[in-house]
Write a protein that binds this ligand. Structure first.
Ligand SMILES: [Ca+2]
Ligand SMILES: [Ca+2]
Ligand SMILES: [Ca+2]
Length: 272
């Protein structure tokens, strides 16, 4: 007796991270034109500081932040956007370029707000805090700069109806400037499926249904069916054909739910 082994084909599962390729800009402020929808609220506790648009970016110099304390400032400054609508997008991202000019100080363990009574924090610590708020909810920190660094503050994978971005920058010394630029919100447009017409088909005949919709790239469609008696599988992908058997004894009804997907983004299902 002999055994023969047949080699099995390995199955590869590929995860396509397509979000950057199909993302589009929802909102951007690059500080070189009109205000795109933001406000600022900064507190300068002592020597002449500056917070505002300069050099085609937003710059912050020697702004200690509220509350002003006996030992310095409380770091409560903000640059904050108005509500930005993201309800027609998924996989929403925020990206902000930031940097610093001068020699900064960082006390580990921040961010710090309010009067600590510790001069090395109130008057000797510099920070930038990047936050977002979804649907009017609390602000959530997504990036923290302690002292002087440069880079890109970013977060991915958000969704909701509206989003706000807040940047709280505070520093102490006229020779210290924080800056940020290119505040950008991107997302993948949520795909849609056009409402299919209801279908009536006689026993023994075929009724094809073609799905159409919007999305970049063009969406694919998956569907479920609550009654296979009409001559349609319980679920499937793409266009479908309803083929009631010729020997059907009584009228049958089914509800089909179709869902569009594009670039990993799922749209609102429709039924017919
Ligand atoms: Ca700029
Ligand atoms: Ca100051
Ligand atoms: Ca400082």
């Amino acid at each position: 007796m002999s055994f023969r082994f047949r080699s099995a084909f390995p199955i590869f599962v590929c995860f396509l991270i397509s979000q950057p390729a199909f993302s589009q800009i929802i909102w951007q402020e690059n500080f070189s034109g009109p205000n795109q929808g933001w406000t600022q609220n900064f507190t300068d506790c002592d020597a002449p500081g500056f917070a505002g648009v300069q050099n085609n970016r937003f710059e912050v110099t020697d702004m200690e932040g509220a509350p002003c304390c006996p030992t310095g400032g409380g770091n409560d400054n903000e640059w904050v956007t108005n509500d930005i609508a993201i309800n027609n997008y998924c996989s929403v991202s925020i990206s902000v370029d930031y940097g610093s000019i001068g020699v900064f100080e960082c006390v580990a363990g921040g961010p710090y707000y309010g009067c600590s009574g510790n001069v090395s924090i109130d008057n000797g610590h510099d920070q930038m805090v990047f936050e977002y708020s979804l649907n009017g909810g609390p602000f959530i920190q997504f990036f923290y700069v302690c002292g002087g660094t440069a880079g890109i503050a970013s977060i991915n994978g958000l969704s909701g109806n509206t989003i706000r971005v807040r940047i709280s920058a505070a520093n102490k010394a006229v020779a210290e400037t924080y800056w940020f630029d290119n505040v950008t919100v991107t997302g993948v447009a949520t795909p849609t499926v056009n409402q299919p017409n209801d279908v009536t088909v006689c026993a023994g005949q075929n009724a094809p249904v073609v799905f159409t919709g919007t999305g970049t790239p063009a969406p694919t469609f998956s569907w479920t069916n609550n009654s296979t008696a009409v001559g349609l599988a319980a679920s499937g992908n793409g266009n479908l054909t309803i083929s009631p058997p010729a020997n059907l004894a009584a009228q049958q009804m089914a509800t089909v739910t179709v869902t569009p997907t594009s670039a990993g983004c799922t749209g609102t299902p429709v039924t017919f």
